[in-house]
Design a protein around this ligand. Sequence first.
Ligand code: FES
Length: 988
Amino acid sequence: MTADATPLPAGRLTDPARPLTFTFEGRAVPALEGQSIAAALYAAGVRIFSRSFKYHRPRGLFCVSGDCPNCLMQVDGRPNVRTCTEPARQGQIVRGQNAWPGLQFDLLRVFDKLDAFLPVGFYYKRFHKPRWLWPVFERVVRHVAGLGRIDVHDVPDLETEVEHLHTEVCVVGGGPAGLAAAAEAASAGADVLLLDRQPRLGGHLLYDGSLSPEVEGFISALQGHPRARVLCDTSVFGLYEGNMLGCVTQARSASEEIMTPSLALRACVTQRFLKVRAKHVIVCTGGRQQPLMFNNNDLPGIFLARGVQRLGRLHGVRAGHRAVVLTLNDDGHRIAAQIAGLGMEIAAVVDTRPAASIAAGPGKPWPVWDVGFVSGAYGRGCLQGVNVRQLSQNREEVIDCDLLCIASPLVPANELLRQGGASFRQGCWQPNPAVSDLSAAGAAAGTPGLTEQILEGHLRGAEVAAALGYSSPGLDTWRSLWMTYSHRRDARLAECAAEVESWDHPEWLRKRVADNRPRKSFVCLCEDVTEKDVAGAVAEGFDHIETLKRYSTATMGPCQGKTCGHALTMTCMLVTGRSPETIGTTTARPPAVPVEMAVLAAERRHHPVRRTPMHHWHQTHGARWIDAGQWKRPESYGDPAAEVRTVRTAAGLIDVSTLGKIEVVGPDAAELLERVYINEWADLRAGRARYGVMCTEEGIVFDDGVGARLAAEHFYLTATTGNAEAVFQWLELWRTTWRLNAVVLNRTSAFAAMNLAGPRAREVLARLTALDLSAAAFPYLALREGDVAGVACRLLRIGFVGELGYEIHCPSAHGQHLWEAILAAGAELGLKPFGVEAQRILRLEKGHLIVGQDTDALSSPLGAGLGRMVKFGKPLFHGREALLRLQEMGSRTRLVGFHVPDGAAPRGDNNWARQLEGCQVVEQGRSLGRVTSARWSPTLERFLGLAWVPEHGAAVGGQFLIRCAGADLPAALAPVPFYDPEGERLRS
Ligand code: FES
């Protein structure tokens, strides 16, 4: 490892004022903030970054854009990290992989000499005779195959968050075309999300040319636009059904400068899995250069030209000292001038075209080889020279160089478009007309020329905005300009086609084929597939591009065809003599870029987060959160015990918007409820409410809640937070199965709900409503409709927490207003908000069970103390037969209340009490039941709980043992409710 003596000025992404150090193979390597690991290593003299998959040939930087397999390393234990795009961080530990004993000297390089024994598909042909040989060989193959090693004992400290984003227009790609499209759509009023994989906007202009004032204008317009969001460092890996994009956002300080506050990454989060749903997607992912084939075309020191530009202008690292540029068009000459500007000597520009086709320009201060090609590269470990041939002069020469830049024409980077069904038609890549709401602009659509790419971006942005119903004043202008351009475009596309033609059918390629294919001319760098391998596979009959891909494994490695897809098509064309159109391309499938399994495995977080209408009030008033299904609920506002006391002595208010809210309407509404619930509904009078329980066919408690009758054919039901959707679907399923004349509506999100409870609840509410709240006019288990604080509400008098209480439901849009109005009205009466933890203590004092916590998949209502609810007199209801049998047999376990005798536990310690939940009830060392709920009661000043115990030991006054932390704790059965057993307070 030798340091480069002449470093460049700082690159566009680096901050020279912030140096850092990481280690590579145990040695310290200096870097700058923003610089990639690979750039820092290159500046420190590293040239071999990896060893190839099959032959263990040395590989160096090639694309510097994250597209090829050449820079894969192990970073902080994570295998296969693309170090050319991974930012260097202080203290990182970087190691090589797929080499033994090391990258510089790899003994497994011996496979390179044995290539004659390892042709494509060798594992189908070799080592199968005698039969015993294959199992031995298979073990060897499995041992040496694979890239990187996963430490199964390592627990990565990175955290992946999953976020769901919705937008009207999603533009993928922050280059000139993408910026123009996003700015145009946003200015017309559309909601726009722009995603770019680079840390900064500008696309190729960041390293090839410069940001024009026009492009700078797009960036600043988007930064300040209220309808536009921009996410840099975000790779889109898949376009799925319904215009859903799968994306991964990496955290890096430079990228967060224009992120919206809601998307600011937390310090501990290093990546975020985004699922973006867009009404329209515009793909502007640009284009990429492709490798060319000649002997030893994989030597370190051979770069795509854009890779050299990226390394120099983004990271401030010079790729070499003396360069040869190999090109097929005028771009190569322009790039040669840029490379010279980076301080590198240009030894020669080799152009495959005749001199007459090369654009005249200012005199070139370096030799130009027209009708030339590179027939081979040589060097030990890395490039030392290239063999150049000039067909017109029959001239051949070896040119010493340490850098070969391949300036091949751009091929559209259109994986996402192809996933969406795009195809090559009329000279360019176009979206499938059958796939609506997907369009493309710029190089990804095959449009050449910066001006035209920007114009196409404007046009697509304006078209999409107009299609979404926004007035798009610029649309006619862009259309007419595009028409003008399209006259020139045909000529330009013909030129591009000729370039591609010259690439696909050049004299130099035919000549080389005639000269015999070189042994080490690689089509696929990932899988070490050579031209000879492809020719061999075709000769064996695998001449269709899809079967050729699978048999040869070309395009199936880490790059997934990005750097070898075109080369495979071209080689197949040369070997079969067919046209590229006949050969076609392989099928594009997600992921287009590698995605770590940890990102996809963040399954728990794949569900959307749901927030109640009062969420932001809770947030600003110090709520501690708890997850309840998909919902965020305030667990407490600091002191649950104090909240309990407030409810018992004054009044409390809790947000219960997460409850399921379902309306059942129609002539058969009551009949449906009669059949689904175990209790009766037909006799419920309008204006009254009732507690209800539903069971499965097996007689297991499924859900509970309160239902109220609004009118003869109109019921309003609540369901538990976690079961809201399931209860709705259950009702809908049986409504259709029994063909009942009723409509079931899920109103969970339509209504906010809050429970005002406590001895002073009536006083508080009276300040906000004209309803008669007296016990006679509005008794326990009654429903009333009326205005509260000017909002039309439904009020239910129920008592889950065991106090005088009103559950108030109102339209979600008014939820926060009503919440604040009630709190303001009750402030001088001692009203305070309370959270889920206080509610759990309060309901436990009252002995109310929670379905899912105190019941499980074996809990029947008979054992759970809900026997009085089961109305066997009804001819039909879910679970009837099973419950009848169970009644005959008798329940073997029962849910009972208990308390822990004083002195047996640390008094007042609620954390200790919570540990009891889930502990086993034991008898002579055998498990016979379990504790489902346990808390310290601030009201009764003792530990209370609910537990399933054997029927024979369920009599009040008895005792049982709880196995907790290895010891047996005595518990005494106690009658429930523990608090206000007569129910006087809730009926008051
Ligand atoms: S050099 Fe890093 S992916 Fe190609």
